[in-house]
Design a protein around this ligand. Sequence first.
Ligand code: PEP
Length: 250
Amino acid sequence: MRRPIIAGNWKMFKTRAETSAFFDALIPAIQNVDHCDIVVASPFTALATAVEEAEGTRVAISAQNVHWEKEGAFTGEVSVRMIAETGCTYTIIGHSERRQYFGETDETVEKKVQTAINGGLKAIACVGEVLAERDAGQAVEVVRRQVRQGLGRLTQANLSHIIIAYEPVWAIGTGRTATPDIAAEMHAEIRKTFAEIYNAAAADALRILYGGSVKPDNISALMKKEDIDGALVGGASLDPASFAAIIKYL
Ligand code: PEP
C-alpha cells in the first residue's frame, strides 16, 4: 500500500507573515487527518518560517528548487545544505515552470535529484507534456523520455527518496484538469517505465502524484484511481480552506 500524499506548491506567493497566517488557519482545519502525508512547498525566503509553523504537526516543508552543486560561484542559487538547514525535508525538482522559463532539462533534473538525495532531501520530481505534444499524440513518449533521462539512472535505493509528480503542462494553472482517466493512464505508463528500468516491486512502491488544476471538487475522483497516489496542488494550495478541503478528500 502506498501512502497518499497531498503537496502544495505556492510558487512565487506568500511572504513570511502570510506564511504564518496560512498555517494558523490550516493546522486547526486538518487536526484529525491521518490518511495522507502533507507537504507545503514555500518560497526559499519563507522556508524557515514554514518549518517553525509546522513543527509538531503532520505537515512537512518543501523547497521548490535546488542547485545541483554543493556550493560555489552561482549567484542567486540556493544549495541543498542551505535548504536542509532550515529543517525543510523535501524539494520540488523540474517543475514545468522551471523547464519552460528557466531552461531546466532532463539533464539538470537528473543532477538536481541526485544532489538533493545525497544531501538528505526527498525530491518531488516533475514530468509532463505540453499541449502541442499531447495534440501530436506524443504525450507518452515525452513523459517516458523525461523519466528515463531524468530519473532512470538513480540507484534503486535512491528511488525511495523520490516522489514523481505527473503534471501535464496544459492543465497547470489553466483550470483544465486532466480527466481522472487521462491522468491514470499516464500514471500507469510512468509506473511501467520504472518497472522496465528497475523492477516491478520498485515501481509499485513509487508514489506518483497528479498535478494540474486540482481543486476541492475534483480531488476525490482523481484519488479513486489506483495509480494516482496524491496531488501536487498549485493555485488551490494558497488558500488554507481549499487546501484543507483537498487534504480531506476522503
Ligand atoms: C503546480 O504548480 O504544480 C500546479 C499543478 O498548479 P495548479 O494546481 O495551479 O494547476
